[in-house]
Design a protein. Structure first.
Length: 367
């Protein structure tokens, strides 16, 4: 059996009606009323003061960084586990990424390393709730606020993930989201920004719309089209049901793993992940863990480790100058793999994955 790790919505009958409505409004650019409705729906859903539609998650990060006055030569703190799309917008504004190790048993910054990396050039920090796992920002925000450093949440994979009653993407100065095809809220391509800061929102909106072409203010075109916004507005209310399905599938796999040394990656207290992917922690050394991942791949179960060559950002060829001692990050990557979880899977496919994990575990159990 080959497991598809992409959740692609194929029942589009109702969505065609949403697109028809946008077409009938005859305002397809990124400044029409369909965009306004989408942004209001996003702000209301997440409990944010403002939402700003963007053409991609990368555009969202670029907009946030530029409008937070991150300039060439400024330093921006990033977790060593950050994926490539998180880092590229930093290069777009000319910033210097500074790698910080993650904490043990979590995806937040290691507090000791965080303080060691802050200096007079530090202009912002970015954290990434990867695979939809919530981050407890309490200590990090206290430290960043001490130095007046804004937090940007790259919540591209964390739509609907919560800590307590608060959504990921609403803890920092801005939350930047992607609505690429694989995301829980998908518009094909696209993104959006959440913020409670009205002045920053106004600045980001003007920047994203070519500076309003007033001849005085620099800007770019990061607008989203009305058709994508109509799709997003239609799909947004469906997200909680999708998350419930993902969480139910995780419980099935977790129950299967109870009598093994394989563990589910821990969730923060009061956290509710969306399970963009399930992360499991493997009990062997790096070499054996990799064999286990290959075994699953041969059984048709893909992983981020193999598919994307997932590794600390400073091990990518274009980022080798960022090298830093990050033992927690390296330990996690050496001991983890991802398991596809989404509503497009049948229960029989989830059962198959659980049984395949047990089968591979028995092969390497005594290694």
């Amino acid at each position: 059996m080959k497991i598809n790790d992409k959740y692609l919505i194929k029942d589009v009958s109702n969505e065609l009606l949403a697109l028809k409505g946008a077409l009938e409004e005859a305002q397809l650019s990124g400044t029409g009323t369909t965009i306004d409705k989408y942004e209001v729906a996003l702000a209301n859903f997440f409990g944010s003061n403002k939402a700003l539609a963007q053409s991609s998650g990368s555009a969202a990060l670029h907009t946030a960084l530029y409008c937070l006055d991150v300039k060439p030569g400024d330093e921006v703190l990033i977790p060593a586990i950050a994926p490539i799309p998180t880092v590229l917008p930093l290069l777009t504004v000319g910033a210097l990424p500074v790698v910080v190790d993650i904490e043990k048993n979590g995806l937040g910054f290691d507090q000791k390393d965080l303080r060691a990396k802050i200096n007079s050039k530090t202009k912002a920090a970015v954290l990434v709730p990867l695979w939809g796992y919530p981050i407890d920002y309490t200590q990090t925000l206290a430290t960043l606020n001490e130095f007046d450093i804004p937090l940007i949440e790259d919540t591209a994979q964390a739509h609907g993930s919560k800590l307590g009653e608060k959504y990921m993407g609403t803890f920092g100065k801005v939350g930047c989201f992607s609505t690429h095809d694989r995301k829980l809220l998908s518009t094909g391509e696209g993104g959006y920004i959440l913020t409670d800061d009205e002045r920053l929102y106004d600045k980001m909106k003007q920047f994203s719309q070519l500076g309003y072409m007033d001849g005085k203010t620099y800007g770019v075109n990061h607008k989203l089209s009305a058709l994508q916004a109509a799709l997003g507005t239609h799909r947004l209310p469906q997200m909680p049901t999708q998350i419930e399905k993902r969480q139910s599938y995780v419980k099935l796999i977790e129950k299967t793993l109870q009598n093994t040394e394989i563990k589910i990656f821990p969730v923060e207290k009061d956290g509710s992940p969306n399970y963009y992917s399930l992360v499991i922690i493997l009990p062997w050394d790096k070499k054996t863990n990799f064999k286990f991942i290959q075994n699953l791949d041969e059984q048709g179960i893909p992983s981020d480790i193999l598919k994307y060559g997932f590794c600390p950002i400073y091990k990518r060829p274009m980022f080798t100058d960022l090298v830093s001692k990050c033992p927690n990050t390296e330990w996690l990557i050496d001991h983890m793999t991802t398991i596809p979880i989404h509503p497009g899977l049948k229960k029989s496919e989830v059962t198959y994955m659980a049984e395949a994990i047990i089968s591979a575990y028995k092969v390497y159990k005594h290694d």
